[in-house]
Design a protein around this ligand. Structure first.
Ligand code: PRX
Length: 645
């Protein structure tokens, strides 16, 4: 398979970019011609950012799994589609060829049908990083059920909220998951999440860890037994399940992500536009060449795994490596062992992982053959220059381009990134917008920022003025929330929530969130979400959460908490609060620092002055600014004194 739309030179990039702006419909229609359709589109694009409404390839019919699987057969029947590396390196690995994956997906799609799941139904997937997770995702897509993958680190409460919001009737899970030295009891968490739930009637359980689980008669079924039944059906009928016909704008999946207010929202992506965007960006950003091995270290529970472990690579007929474990177990050389073992060509990971591995020095890299690496990538948060250089020198041996890919759950795939070896990479800069992406920087009033400073840099809030095929279409069950969150701050624009700089050559550097969203180890958390969890704890009167720079995680979580009175000592109370946050959201949201305070800095109208709390958390005590307008200025001094270092 070759990619006629793969950009090979800088000149081609500029040409493609210009055409994507001047004649977007012709540009995307030419690219879409290289995919498999059951019926072609009537219109390429309809859009209006006020409602908002975006529709790509209206009238077209397709199935994304035909593009990810069927079209590669029989040519790639024996080519590895997924290489799976288990958590424990002494356990055998698994390799699923395109032929194997196609068969397994068709069988599990049959299992879903056998269990009454229909097109449009929501299926929640809560599994560890096993090949069956990929199979479950694709099987949903095969029958047109909407998948909602929930990261294995979320708590029962979070799952329960998401199940409710999506109205999911089916869950696919595992008995447990291996992650490093831990064995996480996924099915038990699901059981807890299902207490009181009356909508879920089917739970399909893949046995991975063989931990004891409770199986409720009539509701819970073992994966293997169900697959066996489906195999029998195929034997009898003599054919595998054909792919359902989907409309271009039918939803493909929901993925929950945190915002600055309220509970996480269900970002909705649709069939055709998402497919084209995931594929186009995969092929161009990473410059994938047939036969290469692509290793994206994300979890499929996040958008990065959806787009660059599954849909992007598979739609391009690539070989994608899926890793069950963590970078530091059994030792911090694990990534390098994997690169060496499989001769990985493309490595895509997060700055937080790089910084964490850097902290172990160079020993873990010794005697690892990394010469197969050709392209490196980062995603999820700004990469600091030190980590960039370490990655470039120690991992890429100074020889591999690094793509710094900026994007979001809402964008479906990369929006701003250099393209490996084609457009230049600049340390800590995401660099140029991809074709189809039209960024604009605006000030707080929505006025376009155009005046450069003395260094030629323009600074502002990052927005997009035109839709690309992978843009979110709505937030599940609440379109108004989609409008107010993304399209209302600056009318006529999609607001990313990020701040950015632009240099004279049009390169962008992302400076971080400008809203109340934290980015902890590349994971998004809303400050309000963490505060609500803390406030659930008995005895807590009020809390305020801010981010502060953290050497490894990028941002750490600092919580200021007012309690009625301390039960036991402070350490005990801290432990209890952490436990409550774990229960409410999951361990990833646990504050790194909790400071007990007697009051919070508030304006006379009762608004918490987070700016001051942020400065205290950052240790910039000399720069607290004017505190005279506060209700109780004395509280600032008290908080600053009690700051946790
Ligand atoms: O702040 C930006 C940061 O991550 C946010 C999106 O988070 P999420 O939806 O979880 O998706 C992460 C994976 C795509 C963005 O608003 N971010 C992501 N990539 C970068 C980044 N910040 C700087 N540089 C990046 N390359």
């Amino acid at each position: 398979m070759s990619y006629p739309y793969q950009i090979k030179t800088q000149a081609q990039y500029h040409q493609a970019y210009a055409r994507s702006v001047q004649e977007p419909e012709a540009f995307w229609s030419d690219i879409a011609d290289h995919f498999v359709w059951k019926k072609k589109w009537d219109r390429v694009l309809d859009w209006n950012f006020t409602e908002p409404r975006v529709a790509w390839f209206s009238g077209a019919q397709l199935n994304i799994t035909e593009n990810c699987l069927d079209r590669h057969l029989p040519d790639k029947s024996d080519q590895p589609a997924i290489i799976w590396e288990p958590n424990d390196p002494s356990e055998p690995n698994r390799i699923l060829t395109y032929g194997d994956l196609h068969r397994q997906v068709c069988l599990f799609a049959q299992v879903l049908l056998n269990n009454g799941i229909k097109k449009g139904d929501r299926v929640c997937i809560y599994m560890g990083m096993v090949p069956e997770l990929a199979i479950a995702v694709l099987a949903c897509a095969r029958i047109g059920a909407i998948h909602s993958v929930i990261f294995g680190g979320f708590s029962a409460q979070s799952i329960s909220d998401r199940l409710q919001d999506a109205g999911a009737s089916c869950i696919v899970t595992c008995d447990g998951a291996f992650r490093g030295a831990k064995d996480i009891p996924l099915k038990a968490v699901i059981d807890e999440a299902l207490t009181g739930n009356t909508i879920v009637n089917t739970v399909l359980v893949y046995a991975r860890t063989r931990t004891g689980v409770s199986m409720i008669k009539g509701r819970d079924h073992w994966w293997d037994e169900e697959m066996e039944k489906a195999s029998q059906q195929v034997l009898e009928s003599g054919s595998l399940l054909p792919a359902a016909t989907m409309e271009a704008e039918d939803p493909l999946f929901i993925l929950y992500t945190s915002g600055s207010t309220g509970k996480p929202k269900g970002v909705v992506h649709t069939q055709a536009g998402y497919m084209i965007w995931a594929n186009y960006t995969f092929v161009n950003v990473f410059q994938y060449q047939p036969g290469q091995i692509h290793f994206c270290t994300a979890d499929i529970g996040w958008i990065t795994g959806h787009s660059y472990i599954l849909y992007g690579p598979l739609s391009a007929g690539a070989t994608t490596l899926m890793f069950e474990g963590i970078p530091t177990w059994p030792d911090p050389g694990r990534f390098w062992n994997i690169v060496d073992k499989y001769k990985v060509n493309i490595l895509y990971t997060a700055p937080t992982a790089i910084r964490s591995l850097m902290s172990f020095g160079l020993d873990p890299l010794a005697n690892k053959d990394l010469s197969s690496l050709q392209v490196l990538g980062t995603v999820g948060e700004p990469i600091n220059e030190e980590a960039w250089h370490w990655y470039h020198q120690q991992v890429g041996k100074g020889d591999c381009p690094i793509v710094d890919t900026w994007w979001q759950t809402e964008t479906g795939g990369c929006l701003i990134s250099n393209m490996a070896g084609v457009t230049p990479g600049i340390p800590a800069w995401a660099s140029l917008p991809l074709p189809g992406v039209q960024p604009i920087l605006v000030d707080e009033n929505g006025k376009e920022c155009v005046e450069p400073d003395e260094k030629g840099i323009v600074k502002g809030n990052l927005c997009m003025r035109f839709p690309w095929p992978g843009i979110l279409r709505t937030t599940y069950g609440d379109h108004e929330r989609c409008r107010t969150n993304y399209f209302a701050t600056y009318p006529g624009l999609y607001f990313t929530g990020d701040g950015a700089l632009r240099d004279a050559n049009g390169n962008y550097r992302i400076t971080g969130r400008v809203d109340d969203v934290l980015n902890v180890s590349g994971h998004r958390l809303g400050t309000a979400e963490v505060e609500n969890a803390i406030n659930m704890h008995a005895g807590v009167v009020e809390s305020a959460v801010v981010g502060y720079p953290h050497e490894i995680k990028g941002q750490g979580v600092y919580a200021y908490v007012i309690v009625e009175h301390l039960h036991g000592d402070e350490t005990q109370m801290r432990r209890d609060i952490l436990q409550t946050v774990s229960q409410q959201i999951g361990p990833i949201a646990k504050p790194d620092k909790i400071q007990f305070v007697s009051g919070l800095p508030k304006t006379r109208s009762g608004k918490i002055m987070r700016r001051i709390l942020r400065k205290i958390a950052e240790g910039e005590l000399a720069q607290l600014g004017d505190t005279s307008t506060l209700l109780d200025p004395a509280v600032v001094e008290e908080i600053a004194k009690g700051r946790i270092v």
